[in-house]
Design a protein around this ligand. Structure first.
Ligand code: GLC
Length: 599
């Protein structure tokens, strides 16, 4: 494919062209990767062909971002225009002769002065200072925070990028401190990185991360320009698709509006379009029988092979939350009735499915223990043909008499009984769990404190995969050894989600206790990314230090405990329509949904 074809082929989203590199012949692979991963060259080719004038100043660039909604308002071809404009804006970003990164040039992270870190008085002050130091600038404006900011780390890999999921606690911290600009910029810039072409894996995907690069300006030896370079998983270890990015983006968008009172961002046409594209991608029909979202392994915070392919809880909780948030923000217009209908149907089916089939407590475990198998019929009790022999020995001992949780994953003849913290906490936050289930999850965390919190909150999942299971399920991953990293490691960032869940259920004392545990050592330990061992005694073997979402997670937890009301920007109240549909559904004893899902 020649350059002309490349450029035209990637229209209108010149920045978004990407596709898995692994199935291309070697030469094509290399060519395509260069073309696809580097949005800059696409933009350039497009500019050359279409003679789009390059913008040379910061002011113009920023103006263009803000103009987007106005230019396209009330215009019948607004979707196309918005896309075209978005692609122009990003490609045209240019700041001649200067590097405007917050900390220096490339990705705002090099040539930075040594951080002045220890003059602050309290852990909270230090956290706030570090968070500000982690800010990444693009064209003079803050657009995100770097994943880890350890001045002594000579090989940061991709931790020098702005990760969408990692930025969420940063964004919330900024919102709670009244600093709205960075969140607004993040929302709008990441929107422009969203895929808008017709290549795999589908319109609407948000990148896992992006980097601000300073590159030489075409035809001018002394000048440089800044560009945003997204990674949709095509450079990530294992080439994992970041399904959670778009869901988090919607959740942050709502939080921004609620906290700042500025609804103009969510009302913008390009933002509405971006939101709809995420929804359409998630609501698209596939081969699936379940209302849960079908994803590959490693498509969320756990972005390595960990046996969470299929319908992992974390994705379902974020999906549910994003659907509710989006419904609140979508502006009614003629074309969106079908989307809203699909969204409502999905919400009902999803909540029923998770509440009913993912739930596990002492009583349910006993039911599973006595399940009959090989039942064929519509009213089978053991719908997924779970063999009781699957119940792992650890669970028989572990399940507390009081309390319960949602299992990690459910597929035909397979229940993943591991406890995953984020999925369970976000089920509380989003009201995917009933009030009773939400309390039961917190009861379980309380009664299993020494397993889940121990010396550093919070275990990402419990228990770890060991021996043969570790070999088969992780593929003998040396980073995910038992009780390390994603495999039973402890992640301080999860403190903020725990805090929101506890505040929502009016049990802030539980979160306060966990914060106290973290505060004892997190700053002295230099804000690690994760901790190892069963009781989280050691700093993770390969953990980054000064990990931004550990810092921001702690800060958000502290800020929310002080002002619990502010947590409302994040949670969703139980939806009356869903409750209604539930009782009707149960009374009639049959499906009320148009779509054939297993409910
Ligand atoms: C690791 C984590 C992922 C995080 C990234 C950046 O890959 O697994 O969840 O987003 O680091 O911190």
């Amino acid at each position: 494919m020649g350059i002309a074809e490349v450029a035209l082929h990637t229209m209108p989203g010149a920045f978004a062209a990407h596709s898995p590199a692994y199935n291309l012949p070697h030469g094509a692979d290399a060519r395509r990767r260069k073309r696809n991963t580097n949005s800059v060259s696409n933009a350039r080719a497009l500019q050359g062909l279409l003679k789009i004038p390059r913008l040379r100043s910061v002011q113009l660039q920023c103006q263009r971002i803000d103009d987007l909604a106005r230019v396209t308002e009330g215009n019948g071809t607004w979707v196309k225009d918005a896309m075209n404009n978005a692609s122009q804006v990003l490609g045209d970003a240019s700041v001649p002769d200067q590097a405007v990164g917050g900390n220096g040039s490339l990705n705002g992270n090099t040539n930075k002065p040594p951080p002045q870190r220890r003059k602050t008085s309290s852990v909270d002050d230090e956290a706030w200072e570090l968070l500000q130091e982690s800010m990444v600038y693009y064209c003079g404006s803050p657009v995100g925070t770097i994943a880890a900011n350890d001045p002594n780390d000579s090989d940061p890999m991709n931790y020098d990028q702005v990760f969408i999921r990692d930025f969420i606690p940063s964004g919330i911290a900024f919102l709670l401190k009244g600093e709205y600009e960075i969140v607004r910029n993040f929302i709008l810039h990441t929107l422009q990185l969203q895929t808008m072409d017709c290549h795999s894996p589908g319109q609407g995907l948000m990148p896992a991360s992006f980097k601000v690069r300073t590159i030489p300006l075409d035809g001018d030896e002394d000048a440089t320009e800044e560009v945003l370079d997204p990674d949709f998983g095509e450079a990530a270890i294992g080439r994992v698709a970041p399904v959670d990015s778009g869901l988090w983006w919607i959740i942050l968008l709502r939080a921004y509006g609620k906290c700042s009172g500025d609804l103009s961002v969510q009302e913008r046409i390009d933002v509405q379009t971006g939101m709809k594209m995420i929804l359409k991608l998630c609501l698209a029909d596939g081969f699936d029988m379940f209302p849960t979202l079908l994803v590959t392994d490693g498509s969320c915070m756990i972005d390595r092979r960990m046996g969470i392919h299929g319908h992992p809880l974390e994705i379902q909780a974020l999906f549910y939350s994003a659907l509710l948030c989006a419904r609140e923000m979508l502006t009614p217009e003629d074309g969106s009735a079908d989307l809203i209908r699909a969204l409502n149907n999905r919400l009902i089916a999803l909540s029923f499915h998770i509440r009913e089939y993912y739930w596990l407590d002492m009583q349910k475990l006993n039911e599973i223990y006595r399940y009959k198998t090989e039942e064929y019929s519509y009213d089978a009790v053991n719908k997924f043909n779970i063999y009781p022999d699957q119940i792992p020995p650890w669970l028989v001992e572990w399940i507390p008499p009081k309390g319960g949780y949602f299992i990690g994953n459910l597929q035909p003849a397979h229940m993943d009984f591991r406890f995953f913290s984020l999925g369970n906490l976000w089920s509380i936050v989003s009201s995917l769990a009933t009030t009773q289930q939400s309390h039961a999850i917190l009861d379980l965390i309380e009664s299993k404190w020494s397993d889940l919190v121990a010396e550093m909150p919070l275990k990402i999942c419990y228990p770890a995969l060991e021996n043969q299971e570790w070999k088969i399920i992780t593929g003998s991953d040396p980073k995910n050894t038992p009780w390390s990293y994603h495999n039973g490691g402890s992640w301080p960032t999860l403190l903020w989600q725990l805090t929101v869940a506890c505040i929502k259920m009016n049990r802030p004392e539980l979160a306060a206790k966990a914060i106290e545990v973290a505060e004892r050592r997190i700053a002295t330990d230099k804000w690690p990314e994760y901790y190892d061992t069963k009781r989280a005694r050691f700093i993770g073997k390969q953990a980054r230090l000064y990990q931004t979402w550990s810092i921001a997670g702690f800060l958000v937890a502290k800020l929310l405990i002080e002002k619990p009301d502010a947590a409302r920007i994040l949670w969703n109240d139980e939806d009356a329509e869903i409750l209604n549909a539930f009782s009707t559904n149960r009374k009639r004893g049959k499906k009320v949904l148009k779509k054939t899902y297993i409910v």
